[in-house]
Design a protein around this ligand. Structure first.
Ligand code: SF4
Ligand code: FES
Length: 253
C-alpha cells in the first residue's frame, strides 16, 4: 500500500464579475432654476468597488457635471460624507457588496446644511460651531525646561475616543435636533470639545463647559443615538455628550 500524500489542488482564484448597478443621485444645480430631482445612472461596477468608485465612473464616463467632494479616498479626510440609502456614510468606505443590491441605491447630500450643488453642502455653519468650542490645547503652565508635559496612560485614555474625529459631519447632519434648530452646536462640536475638556494638560475645560452649557449647547441633545450610528470612526458620541453633561453638572471635568 502506497503512503504517498496526495495534496489538494489549490483552486484557481475566481475573478470578481462586473455587473450593472443603478445609482439614483439627487441632483441640484442652482444655476438651472430647477428644483432638486433624482437622476438614475446605470454604471458597471465590481462588488468590491465603493460608492465613491461608482461616482467617479459616472463623472468620468457619463456626466462630468456631477459634483461631489472627496480627497483622500481612504476614510481619513472626512470630505465625502453623504446619505446613502437614507443613512449617513462616507462614500469611500461604503462597499457596494455591503448594500442590498436587489434594491436601487439612493445617494444624496447630507441634511441640515445649505445645499450648494448635487452632493455638496456648505460646511461653514458646521465649522462655525466647531470653532466656537475652542478645539485646541490651551495649557498655561510652563513645563520644566527641556521637558514635555507629562500625561499618564490613564489620563491619555480619558479622551482617546474623541481624538478619532475626522470632521466629516455625518453625525451632526444626522441629528434631528440639528435639522430643526440650526443654532444647536451639534454632536461633532461637542465631540471636539470633549477631546480638550478631558485632556489633563489643558487649562480651559471650564471655559468650554460654560460654552456648551448654553441653550444651544449639550442640553439640546435628545439622546437619539443617530450620531453614534452614523459615525464612520465608531466614536461613542452619545456617551461623550453624556460625559460633558455630567461635567457641567459637577462644575469641572
Ligand atoms: S464624530 Fe464621527 S461622524 Fe462626527 S464629525 Fe467626527 S468622525 Fe464624523
Ligand atoms: S474621501 Fe477622504 S474620507 Fe472619504
Amino acid at each position: 500500500m502506497s503512503n504517498d500524500v496526495i495534496e489538494a489542488t489549490p483552486e484557481a482564484p475566481v475573478a470578481p464579475q462586473a455587473f450593472t448597478v443603478t445609482l439614483n443621485i439627487r441632483r441640484y444645480d442652482p444655476d438651472s432654476g430647477e428644483e432638486a430631482h433624482w437622476q438614475a445612472f446605470d454604471v458597471d461596477v465590481f462588488p468590491t468597488d465603493r460608492i465613491l468608485d461608482a461616482l467617479h465612473k459616472i463623472k468620468w464616463e457619463q456626466d462630468g457635471s456631477l459634483t461631489f467632494r472627496r480627497s483622500c479616498a481612504h476614510g481619513v479626510c472626512g470630505s465625502d460624507a453623504m446619505r446613502i440609502n437614507g443613512r449617513n456614510r462616507l462614500a469611500c468606505k461604503t462597499l457596494l457588496k455591503d448594500l442590498d443590491l436587489a434594491q436601487p441605491i439612493y445617494v444624496e447630500a447630507i441634511k441640515g446644511l445649505p445645499l450648494e450643488k448635487d452632493l455638496v453642502v456648505d460646511m461653514e455653519p458646521f465649522f462655525a460651531s466647531y470653532r466656537e468650542v475652542q478645539p485646541f490645547l490651551q495649557a498655561h503652565s510652563v513645563p520644566p525646561k527641556d521637558k514635555e508635559r507629562i500625561q499618564s496612560v490613564a489620563d491619555r485614555a480619558r479622551f482617546d475616543d474623541t481624538t478619532k474625529c475626522i470632521l466629516c459631519a455625518a453625525c451632526t447632519s444626522s441629528c434631528p435636533v440639528f435639522w430643526t434648530d440650526g443654532q444647536y452646536f451639534g454632536p461633532a462640536a461637542i465631540v471636539n470639545a470633549h477631546r480638550f475638556i478631558f485632556d489633563s494638560r489643558d487649562d480651559e475645560a471650564k471655559v468650554r463647559l460654560d460654552i456648551l452649557n448654553d441653550k444651544e449647547g449639550v442640553w439640546r441633545c435628545r439622546t437619539t443615538f443617530n450620531c453614534t450610528e452614523a459615525c464612520p470612526r465608531g466614536i461613542q458620541i452619545t456617551a461623550a455628550i453624556a460625559e460633558v453633561k455630567q461635567a457641567i453638572i459637577r462644575g469641572h471635568r
